[in-house]
Design a protein around this ligand. Structure first.
Ligand code: ADP
Length: 267
């Protein structure tokens, strides 16, 4: 079992990801696809007059502040346009994909964090009304049911809180929790960069290999959202996943390339 997470940044080639996935699925490999949608969500939120608000925690992590209206726009794009766009591509390629959010069947479940500590203009503040959280449990029964019946699950945030409220969760860390829960052979985190860069944005500074026990030391090279990927990789390897790859989803055969050792391999 391989968990593939494809991001939502500009430049990602979803046709290439789906073509590669379909070919390998037909050859007998088993996958679950998790996807993002941040770029498109930002565009739609602007168009609807509710622009995104990104906040930075005191420890330097950037996240989307998700009030109720933002959550609804987030769902329109992630569960609607992005999820159905990917499912349609896979269906056209002859793969019986099923698109679900983490809310459906409580596939992703976690604690709702209503308030967030943020740093703005050098001052720490507490913002309330946030619909975010972290995945703590995965409904592997439902996923196993689908996989055994021959369906390819295509998953997206939000998750369900323990109270049944939709919460925005980080897709990379959700994919890591999924990989741990299903004891996956590998977790591929595909985005619009060649991998983890030592001197971002210089693509020639690609870090080829990270020894699994050292992965947290590499947080220092990751800025803003890349930090979540490194954190997700650390959670996956600490949870027993033997290989995590930060790979490039901009062209070619992104899954085959990542499995062949392209990108940054954490092992
Ligand atoms: P996605 O939505 O595709 O999963 P993110 O935007 O969350 O991706 O994270 C990937 C982004 O992280 C890259 O597009 C890049 O701008 C940024 N980034 C920050 N630091 C690094 C780094 N050291 N190496 C590679 N990318 C980095």
């Amino acid at each position: 079992m391989i968990i593939v997470k494809v991001g939502g940044s500009a430049g990602i080639d979803y046709d290439a990801v789906c073509a590669d996935l379909a070919a390998r699925w037909k050859a007998g490999d088993r996958f679950i696809l998790v996807h993002g949608g941040s770029g498109e969500t930002n565009r739609v939120a602007e168009a609807l007059g509710h622009p995104p608000r990104f906040v930075t925690s005191p420890s330097g992590y950037t996240s989307r502040f998700t009030d109720r209206e933002t959550l609804e726009i987030f769902e329109m794009v992630y569960c609607g346009k992005m999820n159905k766009g990917i499912v349609e591509r896979l269906q056209r390629l002859g793969v019986n994909a099923v698109g679900l959010s983490g809310l459906d069947g409580r596939i992703f479940e976690g604690r709702h964090k209503d308030s967030v500590r943020v740093v703005e203009n050098g001052k720490t503040k507490v913002l309330r009304g946030d619909h975010t959280g972290t995945v703590e449990r995965v409904n592997t029964d439902l996923l196993t049911l689908l996989l055994h019946a021959g369906y390819l699950p295509v998953l997206t945030p939000p998750a369900a809180s323990y109270e049944g409220v939709a919460i925005n969760v980080d897709g990379d860390r959700a994919a890591a929790a999924l990989a741990v829960a299903l004891r996956a052979d590998a977790l591929l985190l595909l985005s619009n960069v060649p991998g983890l860069l030592r001197a971002y944005p210089d693509e020639s500074s690609l870090i080829g290999h990270i020894p699994a026990p050292d992965v947290e030391q590499y947080l220092e090279f990751a800025q803003d959202r890349m930090k979540k990927k490194v954190l997700g990789a650390a959670e996956a390897v600490q949870g027993g996943v033997r290989r995590v790859v930060f790979g490039d989803a901009r062209a070619g055969e992104p899954i085959t390339a990542a499995l062949a050792g392209a990108g940054t391999v954490v092992s």
